[in-house]
Ligand binder design. Structure first.
Ligand code: 6PG
Length: 251
């Protein structure tokens, strides 16, 4: 079994990180599409994605990415209607999907307006039907884009929060322990089954947790337990989030 490869890049600011991400998206989607008809990418929610995904809504990326062959999924969703301000899909639709020529049928949102115990199965089946079981008898996403909370959660996998109504180790119902908000998430097993897993983390409130998951007690946080055993794990960090890491490298 191949060990997963870990790399991290530090950028002066989100502008520089976003530009790097846009070019990486173009190059990586081109590379992946050489060997397959379609590729499957899972997006995160929260406030960071708009900072980097929006870079893809301009020239030359609108024209030089084969959007028809890219399918988008989510790593998690808050169980609210898509029009709710808390909706991961709703917020990304406005600044991203409404501005790129991706076919509607390529957007596989988690339906926050459905009863969670039903939606966890429906979305799990949507992943099975579109991503298929390609490795370890589990769906294998081509690329999963993750954020991380300052508590070290990723997707909606929170420390000491039990996942419920798990569907075939693909999806589950979770809860934000701070707000008690119900969520649906893909599982750690699905994330670890992907070809590429990229954490994109910014801001000084994440600096300690970033250091811990890269150099410290990795297993202390859900984000530190992500290890795509057959793939590539990479971190795109702004300088604020990487400060302790940089200091440590100087020692
Ligand atoms: C969510 C996300 C979550 C997010 C982190 C970081 O639904 O909230 O999927 O896992 O990636 O909480 O959020 P920020 O990007 O807002 O810091």
């Amino acid at each position: 079994m191949m060990d997963y490869i870990v790399s991290y890049n530090v950028f002066s600011n989100i502008e520089e990180l976003g530009n790097y991400f846009a070019n990486l998206f173009k190059d990586r989607s081109e590379e992946l599409l050489r060997n397959k008809r379609n590729i499957n990418i899972a997006l995160s929610g929260g406030s960071t994605p708009k900072l980097y995904l929006s870079k893809l809504t301009g020239t030359p990326f609108l024209q030089n990415i084969d959007w028809n062959r890219i399918h988008f999924f989510w790593v998690d969703e808050r169980m609210v209607p898509p029009t709710d301000i808390m909706s991961n899909y709703g917020s990304i639709k406005e600044f991203f999907f409404d501005k790129i020529p991706v076919p509607e049928e390529n957007i596989h949102r988690i339906k926050g307006e459905i009863v969670p115990q039903l939606e966890v199965r429906r979305y799990g089946n949507e992943i099975l039907n579109n991503v298929g079981k390609k490795r370890n008898n589990l769906p294998e996403f081509d690329w999963i884009l993750l954020g991380m909370g300052n508590d070290g959660h990723t997707a909606s996998i929170f420390q000491n929060v039990e996942l419920k109504d798990e569907f075939q180790n693909i999806t589950a119902v979770s809860k934000n322990p701070e707000t008690s908000q119900t969520r649906i998430t893909i599982t750690e097993a699905i994330i670890n089954n992907a070809d590429y897993v990229t954490f994109i983390i910014t801001g000084k409130d994440k600096v300690e947790t970033v250091f811990e998951i890269l150099k410290g007690d990795k297993k202390k946080y859900p984000a530190g337990r992500i290890n795509p055993v057959n793939g590539i794990l990479e971190f795109l960090l702004d300088k604020e989030a990487a400060d302790m890491l940089i200091e440590n490298e100087k020692l």
